[in-house]
Design a protein around this ligand. Structure first.
Ligand SMILES: [Zn+2]
Ligand SMILES: [Zn+2]
Length: 371
């Protein structure tokens, strides 16, 4: 599309009146409208060209800027809202019927409303070029030691930005609609002339959204999004490390103007455990038994990360500090499985009754207790 001259594009002289420009545009728009020329790329380009030209020449302020730039010989690339390489805004959505009733329309504003009518009628007000994917979210989630070790599903409650159910994200009170911003004609961009160059800036009036909301939605105050507590089910892989991140695609914040939602990153914080410690794929724990149990031998039940207890036989004469291995009760990761190590500590009573003291004293006289 090589629209270098908007006057030529519409086939009008430079000093043409607003009425002549409108007349020329209407005639050409009917002729080259995509609906009247299905599958004809040349007609489509021509239609884009005349639409771009009309957007500028029909607006007195834009036309004044354009005339000025022509006089100073500034390159036309990027001028105005519909210039080549500019925003492919709502014009593609105009139906041919839209041109039928133009005779009765008074001001240019009405014509603009008609041009951007397609855009405004969409539930998402801003131009298609405003589509952006939603921001990613980063959240820290505490996970219990056993779940981190064996893996499993947890449920996380998060305050998440969600599309407002009342206005479906448009920000306009139901029954009303956002209107195309008159300052930027719905593109969300304005062009400023700086030092002879035309610079595109987000429109200050609509903050780049391309629409103005006269009646903001009462539910969301015009934001188009609300904060909801959302429960998200998360699968924790076995053996996840402290500080590891889990990415949930599309569970971040909603996209802008119909864009895809962002991702949710869960940073895993493993809660310290009183009983278990971890060393690679192995689990370590310490179990106290009494001096008598150590002397006579016993059977104890040891907690594992696998949500069950395992019986362990402690032989008679077990010394404090002895380690027993519960094979395969560690963490399974990448095809390998660790073990659980149980270290035995021996406790003695802090106080004895007189009778107990007498018995222990008698025991102490026996040769096996003398060393
Ligand atoms: Zn709303
Ligand atoms: Zn604007």
């Amino acid at each position: 599309m090589a629209a270098t001259d908007y006057y030529k594009a519409l086939g009008v002289p430079e000093g043409a009146s607003a009425g002549d420009i409108k007349k020329a545009y209407r005639k050409l728009a009917r002729q080259f409208h995509p609906d009247a020329n299905p599958g004809d790329p040349v007609a489509e380009d021509r239609f884009k060209e005349i639409s771009a030209a009309y957007q500028v020449l029909s607006d007195p302020e834009k036309r004044r800027q354009y005339d000025q730039m022509r006089r100073f010989g500034t390159g036309m690339g990027g001028f105005g809202t519909g210039a080549p390489g500019g925003q492919p805004g709502g014009w593609q959505r105009i139906d041919l019927e839209d041109f039928g009733g133009l005779g009765g329309l008074g001001g240019l504003g009405d014509l603009f409303a008609s041009i951007f009518g397609g855009g405004a009628a969409r539930t998402r007000g801003p131009a298609a070029s405003q589509r952006r994917s939603g921001p990613d979210r980063h959240v820290t989630v505490g996970v219990s030691f056993p779940v981190a070790a064996r893996g499993g599903q947890i449920s996380v409650t998060l305050p998440l930005e969600a599309e407002c159910p009342e206005c479906k994200g448009s920000g306009a009170e139901p029954g009303t609609s956002a209107e195309p911003c008159p300052q930027c004609s719905g593109t969300g961009q304005i062009s400023l002339v700086q030092g002879g160059f035309s610079v595109q800036r987000p429109c200050p009036r609509c903050y780049g959204r391309g629409v103005l909301i006269k009646n903001p939605c009462r539910e969301c105050g015009g934001d188009g999004s609300v904060t909801r507590r959302r429960r998200v089910k998360v699968r924790i892989p076995a053996g996840i490390e402290d500080g590891e991140k889990i990415r949930l695609r599309g569970k971040g914040e909603p996209g802008v103007s119909g864009g895809p939602p962002g991702d949710l990153y869960l940073s895993i914080q493993i809660k310290p455990d009183r009983f278990f410690r971890r060393d690679g794929l192995d689990i370590h724990c310490t179990v106290p038994i009494s001096a008598v149990q150590a002397m006579l031998g016993t059977r104890i039940r040891v907690r594992t990360v696998h949500d069950k207890k395992v019986e362990l036989a402690i032989p008679a004469g077990t010394q404090g500090g002895t380690r027993f291995k519960l094979k395969g009760q560690g963490i399974t990761k990448s095809g390998k499985t660790g073990d659980q190590f149980v270290e035995i500590t021996i406790t003695v009573p802090e106080e004895l009754s007189d009778e107990e003291r007498a018995m222990v004293e008698e025991l102490g006289q026996r040769s096996s207790f003398k060393e």
